[in-house]
Design a protein around this ligand. Structure first.
Ligand code: CU
Length: 225
């Protein structure tokens, strides 16, 4: 091969390598979950119904064994996304189907319901304002939006149940708790939400993996004007 031929082969291979490296870095730095949009799902000003589920293992994708949240889109499909777009200054009625087991909380403060309408939540229809995580099955996860002072403990299911959901999306035939609460969305902006229970089993202090990766135990409330 001529010098020119070898040079152009080298340059092409170099360009491919550089392109692949840039692609890898950019994809790594910009996790880009699908935004599930609730802004057009109801009349302007009407409450938004937001239904999510928490599962012990997502069962598919890059990290099938990781704990995760899923959301039901306005069409009723379960979506693996933790970025939810809602209208500002609107009542959000949240239902959480909690399919995971729980344990006592490391910080009892997380058992306190805060920032919801009326300062309460309900567990399978029973209203409460504080949950003692040493009771019954403990707490599996929390749903918290720290910037607006919202926190709700999500109570764990019976660890001895034989109908535990193995992979998402879970159907209500599997053992689960239904947690409900409402809150008023703040003004427009991006509000990070997260779980505070160190539920990333197998990671340092339980806070790595799903706890520190968007689309698993945390995401954003994308509040639109
Ligand atoms: Cu969690």
């Amino acid at each position: 091969m001529s010098f020119g031929g070898r040079l152009s082969t080298f340059l092409v291979l170099l360009a491919v390598a550089v392109g692949a490296a840039v692609y890898a870095v950019v994809t790594f730095l910009t996790p880009n979950p699908q935004v599930v949009d609730f802004t057009g799902a109801q009349a302007v000003g009407a409450p938004v119904d937001l239904t999510v589920q928490t599962v012990g293992a997502i069962g598919f994708g890059k990290h099938p064994t990781w704990v995760s949240y899923l959301v039901k889109d306005p069409g009723g499909q379960w979506i693996h996304s933790t970025v939810w777009k809602v209208p500002a200054h609107t009542r959000i009625n949240v239902t959480v189907e909690q399919y995971d087991s729980g344990s006592p909380l490391r910080n009892q403060q997380w058992g306190l319901v805060q920032g919801t309408t009326g300062g309460t939540a309900s567990l399978n229809g029973t209203t409460f304002s504080v949950y003692n995580s040493y009771d019954a099955n403990g707490v599996g996860h929390t749903f918290a939006i720290p910037t607006i002072g919202l926190n709700v403990p999500l109570v764990g299911v019976d660890p001895n149940a034989t109908n535990t959901c193995g992979a998402a999306p879970c159907t209500t035939n599997y053992v689960h708790n239904v947690m409900r609460f409402s809150f008023t969305s703040p003004g427009p902006g991006e509000y990070p939400w997260q779980c505070f229970v160190p539920c990333g089993l197998g990671f340092l202090y339980g806070n790595g993996g799903p706890m520190s990766t968007i689309n698993y135990m945390g995401g954003f409330l994308d509040v639109a004007a």
